[in-house]
Ligand binder design. Structure first.
Ligand code: NI
Length: 183
């Protein structure tokens, strides 16, 4: 298991549609394990493959933030087959750090997917898990939570984000040059 770099907004890979996984190979399982490690390290409650630069339809979610091992779920080729109700949740995104905005989504969704072993399953999710699923599945279609905001709110969020990201990029560069010195 190894950590992968999280792709930060704006980046082309975040606005592209990811491809279906043809078969759950050991390589795919390796990616899944790396995504889980990267999500926990961040820390976050969900991450999608495009966020680590891979355009595969894979997402992992743990709304307990590693508190409860049973909450870790792997979704390969997830599809929402039913959605109902509405819920407003303040969302954030590992690719858009420092920005949190209220987004309206379905309160309940039914999702079909393959698990880490390639077995089909169906899951009914409500509340935060439903929100996380819709947020992550959006990533597989190149859609970000910013895209759900009104044009004005989106502009304000992007403006705020630019300030946040300048600081983060500087920190990353410093860490990388430190690492090079050590190598
Ligand atoms: Ni996200």
């Amino acid at each position: 298991m190894s950590l992968r770099d999280i792709v930060l907004y704006p980046n082309d890979v975040l606005v592209q549609k990811a491809s279906s996984v043809a078969s759950v190979t050991t390589e795919v399982q390796q990616l899944v394990d790396d995504m889980v490690a990267t999500m926990y390290d961040a820390p976050g409650i969900g991450i999608a493959a495009p966020q680590v630069g891979v355009l595969d339809r894979i997402t992992v979610i743990d709304i307990s933030s590693e508190e409860n091992p049973d909450e870790l779920r792997v979704f390969i080729n997830p599809e929402i087959v039913h959605a109902e109700g509405t819920i407003v949740w303040e969302e954030g995104c590992l690719s858009i750090p420092g920005i949190y905005e209220k987004v309206e989504r379905s309160n309940k969704v039914v999702v079909q997917a393959l698990d880490r072993e390639g077995q089909e399953f169906e899951l009914e999710a409500e509340g935060l898990l439903a929100v996380a699923l819709q947020h992550e599945i959006d990533h597989l279609d190149g859609v970000l939570f910013l895209d759900h905001l009104s044009p004005l709110k989106r502009r304000m969020a992007v403006k705020k984000y630019r300030k946040v990201i300048d600081g983060i990029k500087k920190k990353r560069q410093e860490a990388q040059s430190k690492k090079k010195e050590q190598d």
